[in-house]
Ligand binder design. Structure first.
Ligand SMILES: [Zn+2]
Ligand SMILES: [Zn+2]
Length: 345
């Protein structure tokens, strides 16, 4: 039986105490079940959600598990009845790995809300490995425009950023705020510049370097998380793991505006900040808060097309697979110079 390298997660721990939560292991290459494909992985993106899995905010249902849900590689083998792809084709796998296909959410195209939603790299093994299997209907072709490393971060940060924009109900010319300026937000900024040319984007970020980067990418204004924007904003997308930016964003929101929270979980550390929530200042005048949950296959496919069309390529930082722990730790410490990806083969 052929063996492969993988970075395996065996349990929940705090990254502050355990700086190497993933262990390098050698395990058998999986076999595709009927309807599945086996993918030889070239690149897997590193996502903030992996920190949530490792630290138990969205824990995997069973261990050990191989994390990673921004996977790019080539089809190595197809299982029986899997006819969509041929060996050698370049494909990607995103956060959504399967859904029931029968419930009313699935039938309405809101499979991201399905009770049986399965996430790549949490509920089933993901891409921090040389190979993985996935149902062929949840595997997507990658447009030629992107290299493997450029495509990987688009599969999560990009697709969920696209979903966040849809949920803001943004119209061209509306004023948009982004609080937090990591991988997803910088892709959102590029997407908005292409799709909504009359929309001005205001960026709130803790670090001067992030604020400068936002201006470079076309934000009209950037400030700290607690700053007031020069104008009230019609929509704001929050991509931070904290609560302070939520309260502060509500203060910057225009009447009838909507705050979209794009975070799978919030950390508990600054929850007390919610005590500063003032109904008249932060919520009255029909302000809304909406969260973003997961992605649908349609989000992934539409976003990849849009990104190729708009020439959107993420800034990336490459690590070898064996340095996955280092990449995760740097993400935790917010040492961010573009989207982090693991080079596998
Ligand atoms: Zn992700
Ligand atoms: Zn369903």
């Amino acid at each position: 039986m052929r063996a492969m390298k993988a970075m395996m997660l065996t349990g929940v721990s705090s990254l502050r105490e355990n700086k190497s939560p993933l262990k390098l292991v050698s395990i058998p290459v999986p076999e595709p079940d009927p309807g599945e494909v086996l993918i030889r992985i070239s690149i897997c993106g590193v996502c903030h959600t992996e920190l949530d899995e490792i630290e138990g905010r969205t824990p995997p249902p069973k261990f050990p598990v191989i994390p990673g849900h921004q996977v790019v590689g080539t089809i190595e083998k197809t299982g029986s009845g899997a006819l969509k792809f041929r060996p050698g084709e370049r494909v990607g796998v995103a956060w959504i790995c399967s859904a029931c296909g029968r419930c009313h959410f699935c039938l309405e195209g809101r499979e991201n809300l399905c009770d049986n939603f399965m996430a790549t790299g949490r509920d089933v093994n993901g891409g921090y490995a040389e190979y993985m299997t996935a149902p062929e209907n949840f595997v997507h072709p990658i447009p030629d425009f992107f290299s493997d490393a450029e495509a990987a971060p688009l599969l999560c940060a990009g697709a969920i950023g696209y979903r966040s924009i849809q949920l803001t109900r943004l119209k061209d010319g509306d004023l948009l705020g982004l609080t937090g300026f990591g991988a997803s937000a910088h892709l959102v900024l590029k997407m908005v510049r292409h799709r909504y040319p009359n929309t001005q984007v205001f960026v709130f970020a803790r670090k001067e370097q992030e604020r400068a980067f936002a201006k470079k990418l076309g934000a009209v204004w950037s400030g700290d998380i607690t700053d007031r924007s020069p104008e009230k904003l019609n929509s704001i997308i929050d991509t931070t793991p904290a609560w302070k930016p939520v309260v502060e964003a509500l203060a910057n929101l225009e009447k009838g505006g909507r705050l979209v929270i794009n975070a799978i979980r919030k950390e508990e550390t600054d929850k007390a900040y919610l005590q500063q929530l003032s109904y008249p200042e932060h919520l009255w005048m029909e302000k809304e808060i909406k969260s973003v949950a997961n992605v649908t296959r349609r989000d992934v496919v539409e976003f990849l097309e849009l990104a190729a069309d708009a020439g959107i390529k993420p800034h990336i930082q490459v690590y070898p697979l064996e340095e996955a722990n280092k990449a995760l730790l740097e993400l935790k410490e917010q040492k961010i110079r573009g989207a982090k990806v693991l080079q596998i083969t």
